[in-house]
Write a protein that binds this ligand. Structure first.
Ligand SMILES: [Zn+2]
Length: 303
């Protein structure tokens, strides 16, 4: 653009000078005829010069991050056009009358599904996941480990303040079948306390790491903590990192009414799969609810 500006300006001036020299050599009538032409050329040169200056200024503006407004520190996978929105789900989340100790899906009679994220929060992936969910008005359920919750209380607060639910996923992510009841209790207590310290809200459900828990353990945990043991019915094996489009395809093809989808927000590629997964499921008419809402609807359907 700079060379265009210089060329145009130079050209304009050359023509002007040339035309002025005409004045002495030729008749006054000729001068009168050519004078407006020379002026027009100068104006064109000026306009081209100014517009190139303007675009030059914009492109070279220093990129100083603004302290207010949109946070551009992390990006979302790009999406063309507007994204579909989950409707406002004003459903009860009171499952106190629910009788089952374990749950791996909700009622199959409605297109309600629950998206669950395990093993976070992760400081780089969970915040951008929250951006994706907020943009689509999707509320999810996060099964966090206590250790990570204690390390990232700010993310725990953000999860809760944006309407998501938090569940207990133990402190050190052990196979609970290998632990004594006391050890299980310590895992659950420490995690519950870290969550409450971070956001002031008690977890209402739990998910055993690897889904591994004896029936007897499930029963005493449900009795003692009131936590239903929440498993899943759609597992894309995203922890093996097959790539975002494979994760999305597995989630989409596995989902049916009442499904609980298992994803790990610990992995960037799993989070990258979310825009495609959520948008496709919304277009298929599914509505996203939290696990508590899904359980409460199931107990409503069962009554
Ligand atoms: Zn886990």
């Amino acid at each position: 653009m700079e060379s265009m500006f210089l060329t145009a300006t130079f050209w304009g001036w050359c023509v002007t000078v040339e035309l002025i020299s005409f004045k002495g050599k030729y008749s006054f009538m000729m001068y009168l005829f050519l004078r407006p032409v020379s002026k027009s050329l100068s104006i064109v040169a000026l306009i081209v010069g100014l517009s190139s200056c303007a675009s030059k200024d914009v492109s070279e503006e220093p990129s100083v991050p603004s302290l207010v407004g949109k946070n551009t520190g992390y990006g979302e996978t790009s999406i063309n056009g507007p994204v579909p929105q989950n409707p406002e789900m004003r459903l009860s989340s009171d499952f106190s009358r629910m009788s089952a100790t374990s749950i791996s899906s909700g009622s199959r009679s409605r297109k309600l599904i629950a998206l669950t994220f395990d093993d976070g929060p992760n400081p780089s992936h969970t915040p951008r996941l929250l951006d994706m969910l907020r943009r689509r008005n999707v509320k999810a359920t996060f099964y966090v480990t206590g250790e990570r919750a204690a390390n990232h209380p700010d993310i725990i607060r953000r999860i809760v303040s944006e309407g998501h639910e938090i569940g207990n996923h133990t402190w050190t992510h052990p196979n609970l079948k290998k632990l004594s009841d006391d050890r299980v209790r310590r895992e659950l207590n420490k995690t519950r306390d870290a969550i409450v310290n971070a956001c002031g809200v008690q977890p209402r459900t739990m998910r055993p790491p690897y889904g591994s828990m004896y029936q007897k353990q499930r029963e005493w945990v449900y009795r003692e903590y009131g936590y239903p043991i929440v498993l899943w019915d759609v597992d894309p094996l995203d922890w093996k990192k097959p790539g975002p489009s494979v994760v999305a395809q597995r989630l989409i093809s596995g989902t049916r009414n009442g499904s609980i989808l298992l994803v790990h927000d610990l992995h960037g590629s799993s989070v990258d799969a979310m825009p495609q997964t959520i948008d496709t499921l919304l277009r298929k008419g599914y509505q996203f609810v939290t696990v508590s809402q899904l359980i409460a609807q199931k107990s409503v359907a069962a009554r």
